[in-house]
Design a protein around this ligand. Structure first.
Ligand SMILES: N[C@@H](CCC(=O)N[C@@H](CS)C(=O)NCC(=O)O)C(=O)O
Length: 193
């Protein structure tokens, strides 16, 4: 499998899972400003969507969009969540993608101060909600991390940069994830530590 990624971007969630699952893979860094890979290829020619994550699979060619990419990688890990846990995992991926990741768009896009302030306030509320939904559990689903945890964790890496107020539970969750070997490895591979 080949993962197209940008350091610290949402693609880090898939990167962590590939490492944690011991899945054979290679990574290709993409410059998201130029939309060019580290090999000088026009990324739009590889993926017309132009964003990461994108994975080149053996059985179905290129696959994009976090919910699909994360579910695909999860299914190739040792013991993917089944039954109700699988639906809970997808529920968290949906929440993270639309409510949280989507909430960062005005900040990444450099919108007006007013819109950015509104976005920050909205994100603080969503993280408060996420903490409440976790109800004192260490992980989003079951007794250990899944790809959904990876995704929420990656968004928490963006929070300090934009000065988003985080509940203590979310800071603890971020720290808990930082202790995972696969997280350390993926972050080191992406030049983040
Ligand atoms: N709908 C996409 C959005 C992915 C996305 O926003 N990726 C960001 C990095 S976190 C990106 O590549 N941005 C660059 C761009 O949109 O050109 C998904 O869920 O996978």
């Amino acid at each position: 499998m080949k993962l197209y990624y940008s350091p610290g971007a949402c693609s880090l969630a898939s990167h962590i899972a590939l490492i944690e699952g011991g899945i054979e893979h290679e990574t290709v860094k993409v410059d998201l400003k130029k939309h060019e890979t580290e090999n000088g290829e026009d990324f739009y020619k590889i993926s017309p969507r132009g964003y990461v994550p994108a994975i080149e699979t053996e059985d179905m060619g290129l696959l994009t969009e976090n919910p699909a990419v994360l579910a695909y990688v999860a299914d190739r890990m040792g013991a993917p969540p089944q039954g109700t846990d699988r639906y809970r995992m997808l529920e968290w991926i949906g929440f993270t993608g639309t409510e949280i990741h989507g909430g960062y768009h005005p900040l990444f896009g450099g919108d007006s101060d007013e819109r950015q302030a509104k976005a920050k306030d909205g994100l603080a509320k969503k993280y408060r909600l996420a903490a409440d939904l976790m109800e004192g559990h260490d992980w989003l689903v079951g007794n250990g991390p899944t790809v959904a945890d990876n995704y929420l964790f990656v968004t928490l890496l963006w929070a300090d940069k934009f000065g988003i107020e985080l509940p203590q539970e979310m800071k603890d969750f971020r720290e808990r994830n930082m202790q995972r070997e696969a997280v350390k490895q993926a972050m080191a591979d992406e030049g983040l530590s």
